[in-house]
Design a protein around this ligand. Structure first.
Ligand code: PEP
Ligand code: MN
Length: 314
């Protein structure tokens, strides 16, 4: 069963519990006189880091996990070729959107369930767990039935019904920072998921909107140490959406690892120039291979390792 029915408690008691927690939790202090930390996501004194288990791949421990794959599932050939190349390059988890949040309703919206089916097939072949986005409460059950981890994207970080539905789901959740969200708002969004009984949440910094226009977003790497200080949840970085520039992705990926990120999520396409979606920020398989080699050196320099997936293909 995918849905966690035993946490479907009445809203009223939850609100009462929250009131007590928010009032009494000693961690609920002001930071720099400004922010108020929510409770379930906040790091308590001497609390261990949460380790999120994505079908056997652990995020938040000593090893750094690299999630890679296309922005969108476009076709069988595109997904399968890309997935095989990122597996060969050492990725631990495969990404790929079947339901795509596009700025224009006339742009490619994703293959929907057909895309989920393709992800399921290639996951079995490669042994890589898959993460894919869900945009609508009505899709959570369907997406969770194929995915090893469900992604809530930047545009939906404050979609509270969706956060609650994800919280009632038994699958781990990748929560991306809203493009205009403060750290407090980001943590409070995660709080919605934990509050429903699902503590398997990975936070993802993916860049915020600033006055700067030379990059797609401004990748806020200071969010990494800040989130890790405030919360026990793992933190990963998306340098693809964070920069929007293929040539800049390796530099920011390396910087993210140096800053203490527990993982990376990056777009890779077997033919970036032919991609339907986000090709200009997608690495080619060769660029990905090269970057993985450099990431290992950075990880070693700070006493960590890049996870090499131990899952064997079926
Ligand atoms: C994505 O990861 O494909 C995506 C749409 O990212 P974001 O929600 O960060 O824009
Ligand atoms: Mn994308």
């Amino acid at each position: 069963m995918i849905r966690n029915t035993n946490v479907e408690v009445q809203q009223e008691p939850i609100n009462k519990i929250n009131e007590t927690i928010m009032e009494t939790n000693p961690c609920n202090n002001n930071i720099n006189g400004k922010s108020v930390i929510p409770s379930r996501v906040s790091r308590k004194p001497s609390q261990n880091d949460t380790i999120v288990n994505i079908n056997g791949v652990l995020v938040g421990g000593a090893e750094i996990v690299v999630i890679a794959g296309p922005c969108a599932v476009e076709s069988r050939e595109q997904l399968f070729e890309t997935a095989r190349s990122v597996k060969a390059g050492g990725a631990g988890i495969l990404r790929g959107g079947a339901f795509k949040p596009r700025s224009s309703p006339y742009n490619f919206q994703g293959l929907g369930e057909e895309g989920l089916k393709l992800l399921g097939i290639i996951s079995k072949e490669t042994g890589l767990p898959i993460v894919t986005e869900v945009m609508d409460t009505r899709q959570v059950e369907l997406v969770a039935s194929y995915a090893d981890m469900i992604q809530i994207g930047s545009r939906n970080m404050q979609n509270y019904p969706l956060l609650k539905e994800a919280g009632m789901c038994k699958k781990p959740v990748l929560l991306k920072r809203g493009m205009m969200a403060t750290i407090d708002e980001f943590l409070l969004a995660a709080e919605y998921i934990l509050n429903q009984g699902n503590d398997q949440v990975v936070l993802c910094e993916r860049g915020i909107r600033t006055f700067e226009t030379s990059t797609r977003n401004t990748l806020d790497l200071s969010a990494v140490p800040m989130l890790k200080r405030l919360s026990h949840l793992p933190v990963i970085v998306d340098p693809s959406h964070g920069t929007g520039l293929r040539w800049m992705v390796p530099a920011m990926a390396k910087a993210a690892v140096a800053a203490g990120a527990d993982g990376l999520i990056m777009e890779v396409h077997y033919k970036p120039e032919e991609a339907i979606c986000d090709g200009y920020q997608s690495l080619s398989p060769d660029e990905f291979d090269l970057l993985m080699k450099d990431l290992k050196k950075i990880a070693n320099a700070i006493g960590r390792e890049i996870l090499v997936s131990k899952v064997t293909a079926s």
